[in-house]
Design a protein around this ligand. Structure first.
Ligand SMILES: [Zn+2]
Length: 510
């Protein structure tokens, strides 16, 4: 069998931002995909990081009396800390101020200049320093920035341009021939009409500030922050640094991004790669936004939910589950604490938590925890077994469509089935009537179904899966693979379940 490699990326986050739940969302999606791929035998490269150049960083550092690098070194801390607390299993964290990245950006800039795809011109227009973006007059809202509502200024400067227009037709045919390149479908349609309306050459350097990667042949210019940032995906793959790694992981299998940066990823980035003669990523997946009271959650608008507070209050797996389960990928979702608590009390405490709790309690009562062997399966057992063993392929199908929500819905369907099985098989009646063989079969069937469910919830809720695994008395979750979820009788001989505090205590609503 050929070796399976998989490369997944998140956006790199602007180091000046305070991490909010929207950033957490993109990163958790990437983490679930990475963990799922590892579970199914892939060698995974999962890249995240921070975008650290630009005028805003330079200004923020100056305001604090720090050098821009010192400022970035401090600001990167909360990002890494949040990913640790959300149990994000990235393999590499890239910072655009790292030397490995600066070298790659400079080489690319030089190459595109040498081949005539970067040329010098002038740029002028309305500029928002917050977004570091020029806006055409027509996009301004009452004369202000359409993104953040701040005042814009008229700016004219010498600038290098990248000839993206040259690749317009090539890109359009590529997107039409590769319908899954941009996802979801409605985003692809947006991208296609944008390209058809005409791709403009883009300005790729600035002279108005210094905090950026110097243009190698013209040090008055620094590389435009977006051009610099997009290249992180190539740097992270080993491009121009480690050929073996690069050949293994490039092209990226999936870039997870927010819908607001889709033009950069589905128009500018592919034209840059075409100019370089580098293969395009397999897929660009744009997620929706979380809103609060109908407005996009963002720091610039002062609408923020601190994910750290949520993690402290509800635990990281509850947050992961809620974000993944509540909305379909690509659509917007309204974040409310009531909806979160409803998921915790319903899906997590009542359904999953209760299944584990009831099963372990009966195991302690009837067998002092020792996992029994099964005897002849009855119709009920065969049904539950079939449902549980069928789950892995249903989930594989959903995950290949990046439909994480559907994968969770399917797992919870089997959790519901297992809870119902307990009532139907009534172990307490079997115990009362002294039907020991039948009682052993029922409890073993239940435990096997839980074992399969545990493996399959791992990508979305890794800590919970490890806790249940431990409660099942099974050693070393790390050696578990997807094949273990496709076979029955996987519980190790001579093991015993353990009592533990409830996985998801019910949250009281004030
Ligand atoms: Zn703005």
């Amino acid at each position: 069998m050929s070796k399976k490699d998989f490369y997944v990326t998140t956006p790199i986050y602007y180091v000046n931002d305070v991490p909010h739940i929207g950033h957490g969302y993109s990163t958790i999606i990437a983490d679930v995909i990475a963990r799922y791929k590892r579970l199914t035998g892939y060698d995974v490269l999962f890249l995240t990081g921070t975008d650290e150049h630009g005028q805003k960083v330079e200004k923020a550092a100056r305001d604090r009396g720090l050098s821009p690098q010192e400022h970035c070194d401090l600001m990167v801390g909360p990002w890494k800390e949040l990913w640790r607390r959300l149990n994000v299993s990235y393999d590499d964290f890239i910072r655009t101020t790292e030397e490995r990245h600066e070298r790659v950006v400079q080489s690319i800039f030089q190459k595109l200049y040498d081949q005539g795809d970067i040329y010098k011109g002038f740029y002028e227009g309305w500029y928002c320093i917050y977004e570091e973006t020029f806006y055409p007059e027509s996009q301004l809202v009452e004369g202000c920035c359409p993104e953040c509502g701040r005042e814009v200024e008229w700016l004219r400067e010498e600038s290098y341009y990248f000839r993206s227009s040259k690749y317009q037709d090539q890109l359009l045919s590529y997107i039409k021939e590769n319908p899954t390149f941009v996802q979801p479908d409605f985003r692809r349609n947006e991208v296609v009409s944008f390209i058809e309306s005409g791709v403009q050459d883009i300005s790729v350097s600035r002279t108005t500030f210094k905090w950026g990667i110097p243009v190698p042949f013209d040090p008055d210019h620094v590389v435009y922050v977006w051009f610099d940032a997009l290249i992180n995906y190539l740097t992270g793959s080993g491009y121009l640094q480690d050929d073996e790694k690069y050949r293994k992981f490039w092209p990226a299998d999936i870039h997870i991004i927010g819908k607001d940066i889709i033009r950069f990823h589905a128009v500018i980035w592919p034209t840059m790669l075409m100019a370089l003669g580098v293969e395009l990523p397999e897929k660009v997946l744009a997620t929706g936004f979380w809103t609060l009271g109908g407005e996009k959650i963002s720091k610039s608008r002062g609408i923020v939910i601190d994910p750290n507070r949520l993690i402290e209050e509800f635990g990281e797996d509850s947050i992961r589950y809620f974000l993944l389960r509540e909305i379909s990928l690509g659509l917007d979702g309204e974040f409310t604490q009531e909806a979160l608590i409803r998921r915790i009390n319903g899906d997590l405490a009542n359904d999953l938590g209760n299944l584990i709790h009831r099963t372990v309690a009966m195991m302690m009562k009837y067998f002092k925890g020792a996992i029994p062997e099964s005897h002849q399966l009855g119709r009920l057992e065969e049904d539950l077994k079939e449902e549980a063993l069928g789950l892995a392929s249903i989930i594989d199908n959903a995950m290949n469509r990046m439909d994480i929500r559907e994968a969770l819905v399917q797992i919870w369907r089997v959790i519901g089935r297992a809870n119902k099985y307990i009532d139907e098989a009534s172990p307490w009646a079997l115990a009362r009537e002294g039907q020991t063989d039948r009682l052993e079969t029922v409890m073993r069937t239940l435990l096997e179904a839980i074992r399969v469910i545990t493996i399959l919830i791992y990508p979305a809720m890794p800590r919970t899966a490890e806790k249940i695994w431990d409660q099942l008395g099974q050693a070393d979750f790390k050696s578990v693979t997807i094949d273990d979820a496709k076979s029955w009788d996987g519980l190790a001989r001579g093991t015993s379940v353990k009592k533990a505090p409830p996985l998801f205590p019910r949250v009281e609503i004030e």
